[in-house]
Ligand binder design. Structure first.
Ligand code: NAD
Ligand code: TDX
Length: 332
């Protein structure tokens, strides 16, 4: 795979994957990104121009997508609207990018015969009870809760149909919650770190008992590359690092790392339809393809992330006030 097209490669995880490709492979990379509010040119700054290029365009535009796909050996599809809260305020861009965008890409890979890896989320499975001994596996039934997760579930179904009906060479990964550098301040961990750094208090939805299964973005990138190169076409692989924590535990750890009292946060209004718990069983990926996370210690990974945000205020500060104004308007 000499030439790889990465959709959404200017976003949080897509840009991490581009860095992973540059460091771990000899591939030349084209990023296709619409540069929405969630994108960051800075995350791609300094990469060698002879190996990485950026095409600014919409993944739902066949006039842009079809010629690009035809000149690459593989496509890795990260482009999406990605924030649940935004999908509750206005679902329409989620339908456009996550459904029409994936459909457009599938038609292009069908015509060109290009290998595709589709990046998806564990949220397609809905949620688990706090005391459920089961975790999500590749055979868990789809049961999405929000417009975001429903649009991702629909995109997974499209990929599966194009594999079965048209012989498209695609794989799918469904990963748990990512953390690490370059994540937008609208998301939980960056929002709380930057609230504290900006002199405010973390804002925790509901009672804070919801559980997420945290994985470092670098481990997600390594998993995607493993599946792209060694995964079986037509298969789905769940990606997770056994990182279950409830939101109170995460916020208290952030406060401790920043030298503040562990009860120095606010409980705010809950998210509509808020999924209770996500938990991934990644046995298939580990046993079949030999992947394992390198950030085994969540607290250590979180500490490095806190340091990164403290050192990159120039990057996040310009977006902070607008994001907080929008949350405040909803009482969150
Ligand atoms: P992000 O919001 O940080 O980045 C998304 C990127 O896609 C941005 O650069 C944006 O400009 C681009 N984009 C949006 N609409 C586009 C369009 N129409 N055409 C071209 N580009 C467009 O998202 P992220 O957190 O990096 O997530 C990347 C992918 O990983 C998504 O598919 C998401 O569903 C999936 N995922 C995310 C997580 C997580 O915890 N963040 C977990 C599992 C799966
Ligand atoms: O201010 C907040 N306070 C709070 O308590 C925010 C922004 C969130 N939360 C809670 C909601 C969730 O229980 O924290 C948890 C994590 O929230 P998000 O960062 O919004 O992530 P989540 O909704 O779990 O979805 C994430 O993981 C799966 C990504 O945003 C998705 O793109 C991915 O598919």
């Amino acid at each position: 795979m000499d030439r790889i097209l990465v959709t959404g490669g200017a976003g949080f995880i897509g840009s991490n994957f581009v860095h992973h490709l540059l460091a771990q492979t000899a591939a030349r990379v084209t990023v296709l990104d619409k540069l929405t509010y969630a994108a960051s040119r800075e995350a791609l700054a300094g990469l060698p121009a002879d190996r990485v290029s950026l095409v600014v365009g919409d993944v739902a535009d066949p006039g842009v997508v079809e010629p690009l796909v035809a000149e690459h050996d593989a496509v890795v599809h990260f482009a999406a609207e990605s924030h649940n809260d935004n999908s509750l305020a206005d679902p329409s861009p989620f339908i456009h990018t996550n459904l029409i965008g994936t459909f457009t890409l599938l038609e292009a890979v069908r015509k060109a015969g290009t290998r595709l890896h589709h990046v998806s989320t564990d949220e397609v499975y809905g949620d688990l009870e706090l005391d459920d001994p089961e975790r999500f596996t590749e055979s868990t039934a789809y049961n999405p809760s929000s417009p975001y997760s429903a649009s991702k579930a629909g995109s997974d179904h499209l990929v599966r149909a194009w594999v079965r009906s048209f012989g498209v060479r695609a794989t799918i990964s469904n990963c748990s919650n990512n953390y690490g550098p370059w994540q937008h301040v609208e998301k939980f961990i960056p929002r709380q770190i930057t609230n504290v750094l900006a002199g405010g208090r973390p804002k925790v939805y509901g009672a804070g008992l919801n559980v997420r299964d945290w994985i470092h973005a670098e481990d997600h990138s390594a998993a995607v590359w493993t599946i792209l190169t060694r995964g079986r076409v037509g298969e789905t692989y769940l990606v997770g690092a056994d990182g279950e924590r409830n939101n109170l535990e995460v916020v208290r750890t952030i406060l401790r790392l920043l030298g503040r009292p562990e009860d120095d946060f606010d409980l705010v209004g809950d998210r509509a339809g808020h999924d209770l718990r996500y938990a991934i069983d990644s046995t298939k990926l580990r046993a079949e393809l030999g992947w394992a996370p390198s950030y085994a210690d969540f607290e250590a990974g979180l500490a490095a992330t806190v340091e990164w945000y403290a050192a990159h205020e120039d990057w996040w500060a310009p977006h902070k006030a607008d994001v907080e104004r929008a949350y405040a308007a909803k009482g969150q």
